[in-house]
Design a protein around this ligand. Sequence first.
Ligand code: PGA
Length: 264
Amino acid sequence: MRIVIKENRYEASSFAAETIAMQLQKKPNSVLGLATGSTPTLCYEQLIRLHKEHYVDFSAASSFNLDEYHGLSPDHPQSYRYFMQQKLFDHINIDISNTHVPDGLNENPIQACADYENEINAHGGIDLQLLGIGRNGHIGFNEPTSGLQSRTRIKTLTQSTTHANSRFFGDEEFQPELALTMGIGTILEAKKILLLAFGKEKSAAVQTMIEGALSAYCPASALQLHPDAIIVLDREAASRLEHIEFFIEVEEKQQALMKSLNLS
Ligand code: PGA
């Protein structure tokens, strides 16, 4: 794991957006794994700016989102398809037919999940997967105790997750308790992973993910197994790390080495 600690969420989001832009420069037809929630929104704003100002080109790219609520249509304001259209896709030059979000309305969600896996494979796998982390350590909707080799499937959300997301739903509104989500095994197959976490409320999950034992009880700890996972934190999210000084020193030394080799 590479741990990058930035002063605030704006700097962290710029770093993430630049990493995605570099990926697209290196490989214009990259397959991007995308995430929803409050965490990636600033990164998406930065990507839109980079697209408009510097013409970061998404025309050959394709995307797969991590998850979708079961029972919400793509035009429901709380669906993740709607979120992606509003926050990113409507503002960049990605071909919408190349964007994929699990089908929350499919009458056979089990088949829909299997089809989603096949579609990812048919695209050659995910080049770069963007992730947030839940307060309970979930990635995607892989709640604690999710299998570390799990595939795309339908999952029951924990109370902690439905409670955290209830702020987006009206009092009387139907709030799904099931979701289709890429599995932890699916996520780990991405060639590169970029996880963002901001704020004090994520600091306990971040500490367990990085410094705790590999455990299904903290699904994000599975990233310890990944050869190219970058964890980008603001100061608050990093505040419980016992080895924070060491992580800062490692990153500085790594940057200096890359510079001396003309690699950055
Ligand atoms: P958040 O959710 O960005 O809204 O905090 C992150 C997550 O649950 O993965």
